[in-house]
Design a protein around this ligand. Sequence first.
Ligand code: PLP
Length: 396
Amino acid sequence: MTEYKLDLMNDAIAETPFLIFGSPLIEQAEIDEVVACMESAWLGTGPRVAQFENDFAAYQSLQPSQVAAVNSCTAALHVSMVAAGLEPGAEVITTPMTFCASVNAIIHAGLTPVLADVDPATQNIDPAAIEAAITPRTRAILPVHFAGRPCEMEAIMAIAQKHGLMVIEDCAHAIETTYHGKKAGTFGDFGCFSFYATKNVVTGEGGMITGRDEAHIARAKVLALHGMSKDAWHRFGDQGYKHYQVVEAGFKYNMMDLQAAIGIHQLVRVEQNWQRREAIWNRYMQAFSDLPIGLPAAPAADTKHAYHLFTIMVDEARCGISRDAFLDAMNARRIGTGVHYLSVPEHPYYQRFGWAPEQWPNAMRIGRQTVSLPLSPKLADTDVDRVINAVRSTIG
Ligand SMILES: Cc1ncc(COP(=O)(O)O)c(C=O)c1O
């Protein structure tokens, strides 16, 4: 190619808009509801949070008394583990292939995280590794439905039952996920969901706790609002001032009506957005089938994958390019990508537990090779074409 042609190509790339990874699809209904919320002057926890809780409960086939809206999934995980009432220092088994929040929440609840490696194909926690990690101090399992693919919940619940363990499901990626006809988050004692800006249902920041036991949710609600016995919107409603009592040292984790205003309309389109992500997923699977990259495992029979992340494996030995060089090449083509995740023990903080990445070799390898491609329902077909062309011209 002549220098002149190369210059033209570089100019064209520089003018191409950057494709932001995980950009949410926000429509007019959300914008109008936020404006209406602001005009109502009720910004904090109020009627829109109550409606969002009711709608979310209906979507998950739960009772409204089995859900509690909070301001993040991290808060949901933390409060669930406090509400679980486990003794200080008790061990909680989780996966090394997760966001740091899963592990940090265990630590903040005064518990001890223990890691069990993932299955190399599904990237989800391996039930056999859970069983091998159980000690006399184990009290709970915290499985993460990674990328929206359900964990092996039958095997996990059997282990929990056998050893008398609680189960707290990290459903940050898994709002739509089902396993053998049952929604993710309804197998264990608690389900914890995220509405962070890149998630399948978005409120900017936000989370939801679901629980099998209504008493657990009642305690979680108290813990999530300073330990106060009644919520603020009951206190300041038009029914007259109501005194509250502080019954424990809680946290400031409540969701605002401003956030719920977005969530209510996002939830209406949850299945429509899922269908769009499924279509993009299928296009990627087809477009990359002849490349030397690793592709996600096909969804298992009798499950619904939430298609939250489309992750490919870039093994330098097979692809002729390192994972990090691949990330740079995609960035140069103005395509945002993600890494979900470096395995937890790669981070320096966790080395105080005596952890080294090599102890969980499947998670270590995945963490060093994985790349998440854009999968937002906001992507136009031409955006998807751009991603495909960029991947194919980087790994040719
Ligand atoms: C697996 C997992 N768990 C927990 C969280 C924490 O969610 P949030 O940002 O809502 O606190 C995330 C967020 O990225 C996540 O991916």
